[in-house]
Write a protein that binds this ligand. Sequence first.
Ligand code: PHE
Length: 468
Amino acid sequence: MTEKTSIHGQWSSRLIFILAATGSAVGLGNIWKFPYIAGENGGGAFVAIYLICIAAIGVPIMMAEVMLGRRGRQSPINTMRSLAKEENANAVWSLVGWSGVLAGFFILSYYSVIAGWALAYVIRSAGGVFNGIDTVGVQAVFNDLVGDPERLLAWHTLFMLMSMAVVARGVRAGLEKAVTYLMPALFVLLIVLVGYAMNTGYFAQGLEFLFQPDFNRVFYHCESVAGIAQCELSGSPVLVALGHAVFTLSLGMGAIMVYGSYMPKKTSIARSVVLIAFLDTLVALVAGMAIFPIVFANGLEPGAGPGLIFQTLPIAFGAMPAGQFFGTLFFVLLVFAAWSSAISLIEPAVAWLVENRGMSRIRAAAWIGLTTWVLGLGSIFSFNLWSGDEYKLFEMTFFDLLDYLAANIMLPAGGLLIALFAGWVMSSQSSRAEFAMGGVAYQLWRVLIRFISPLAVVLVFLNAVGII
Ligand code: PHE
């Protein structure tokens, strides 16, 4: 067989692939979402379940996605179609690609709104707004921002334009370089924040919250109603943990598949994937270690929701020497982390428009950007005009609903189908040849992808809807 390459280009080296995929994986999911959902779901036990999901479900599915992408060398929709043909399976498998494109739209639409908060915080931090700020002050800054739809709209628009600009130019031109320097810088800054957290006097309490599993807290979901704790048995935190493991590794929607399609042939998929998953997990845990001590030191609520990092970290920056500088830098880097994830959310759709509609990358990016921007209005209003109960469905705002649907349903379902395709539809000759991996490692992957990952996803789904 002659070696296929993608019409969209190829990463210049293995290292660049790893950086790009890590750039996609490490994003708001790690620094903004992980701490707040860990807080909402009781901490340690949730974190333990999340780690198990990363290892047993995330890593094998990520290997499968990269492998399928590199074998197909096209947009996920066309890759799934052509691989299905190659294996004499039904072309309906291309629906995996379609659902991925839709999930990408959904996610980017609210992702961009939250990235907009980070942009707004760059300006506030640089202007010294956080110097010496206390809990009440920081909550006022946050509420002022999210309560103002016009301001949110301006930041959302800016972030969408930034993302479209990079996608339009092609991934190689801008982002490869940016990612090389910015990711390590972000990590160093997170370590600085952990250093601050160590001195709050609440470090041990933060670690205990994150790493000491108390399974009662996960299975009994408690809410305080008029000051009285009301608890009910619920398996939904497990679904949230699974959904987040898939979300944080950018799986189930074609982002990693399309990045795999630009991967050089002679690169070990297994080793690259393990490294990416390790780095992604490390960033999330370090972010948690920075945030929870600050939460406890300031009497804040771990379950404060999506505003958590925006209401905790400014207190740390406000109190530390040169905090104005470090704070500004931190939010700049957070924007970059979100940026390198955002482009991977639209790359599958852009690649398809270029392949099937003959569009230029610029036009494709513009169309997708516009559609996503409009959808983002719903998430903006969720924090102000539409925050009332009359606008909620299943007690969720538009933003909550979109996040729940995409991250907890569509991505795990996409991951499940990818696992079934790679494990059952594709012949073992094909997958073994693509991995260029033999022996125990291959067997282990095959058992995980055929049995463990699909079974786990199905069980979690059935449990979440209350069937088991
Ligand atoms: N992994 C990204 C994050 O953690 C989000 C993402 C999901 C990116 C799916 C691409 C695809 O922020």
